[in-house]
Design a protein. Structure first.
Length: 242
């Protein structure tokens, strides 16, 4: 469970975009989040990795968690009712994996993994099933609403869901255009720090560090950002909503 929660730190940024239709909001609710898979690989080894699905603008993104470190999928795409992505694991660098997953019920999925080994050309496939990780799996869940003004003068809001498991704290930070794993979250006394790495709409890497102080049901602080050689900071504030 620890390796699953570690990658389930999703973050949304203050960069504005075109937004999503109601239909895509429904798709988000069905797809985004952390999923625990159950599969048996071609060597007969039973595995229970996690896959975390996020979004940047109109693009889905995903990460595979098998040995504590998240590994990103490539070319993640929703084709009809099937989510497809390609993966090359550090454990098997010569093997290309293509996963396709389809919802089979509320918070359940199933699909196929196709594999191809580069040097030998060996290929094949195997099946898997999956179950969404529910919020009830965590020891404590809190929700915070953040507000800030971007450098272009636009006002933004984001919702941060903070979860606790085995005395460790993690965050699910959702904005209109990004839902991504945070690099880290730390709490020391009343001070909290959340680090996020993502991309702008043009594909530029952006690093943001939120640093704030919690006082009762409110939080206030500064978000420092860097986009290429450009950097700056902006104030943010928020309150706990549940």
């Amino acid at each position: 469970m620890k390796r699953l929660i570690l990658a389930a730190l999703l973050a949304g940024l203050m960069i504005s975009g075109s937004g999503w239709s109601a239909a895509n909001d429904d798709v988000d609710r069905q797809i985004l989040g952390a999923w625990m898979l159950d599969l048996t690989d071609p060597d007969g080894v039973n595995r229970a990795p996690a896959v975390v699905v996020g979004r940047q603008y109109d693009r889905y993104i995903a990460w595979y968690l098998g040995n504590d470190q998240p590994e990103p999928f490539r070319d993640v795409e929703l084709k009809g009712d099937t989510l497809v992505g390609t993966l090359q694991l550090k454990e098997f660098p010569a093997v290309t994996l293509t996963l396709d997953a389809t919802l089979t019920g509320d918070d359940k999925c199933a699909g196929t993994v196709k594999y191809r080994e580069g040097s030998s050309g060996a290929s094949g496939s195997f099946r898997f099933s999956g179950q969404r990780v529910p919020m009830a799996a965590f020891d404590e869940v809190m929700t915070w609403k953040l507000r800030f003004t971007a450098p272009d003068g636009k006002k933004h809001e984001a919702t941060v869901t903070v979860v606790t498991k085995d005395d460790k704290m993690y965050a699910w930070f959702s904005g209109p255009d990004h839902q991504l794993p945070a690099r880290s979250i730390t709490v020391q006394g009343d001070n909290v720090e959340l680090r996020v790495t993502a991309e702008t709409e043009r594909g530029q890497a952006i690093d943001i560090t939120f640093r704030g102080a919690v006082s009762g049901e409110t939080v206030k602080g500064t978000a420092e950002y860097q986009i290429g050689s450009e950097s700056g900071s902006l104030p943010f504030q928020g309150e706990r909503t549940s």
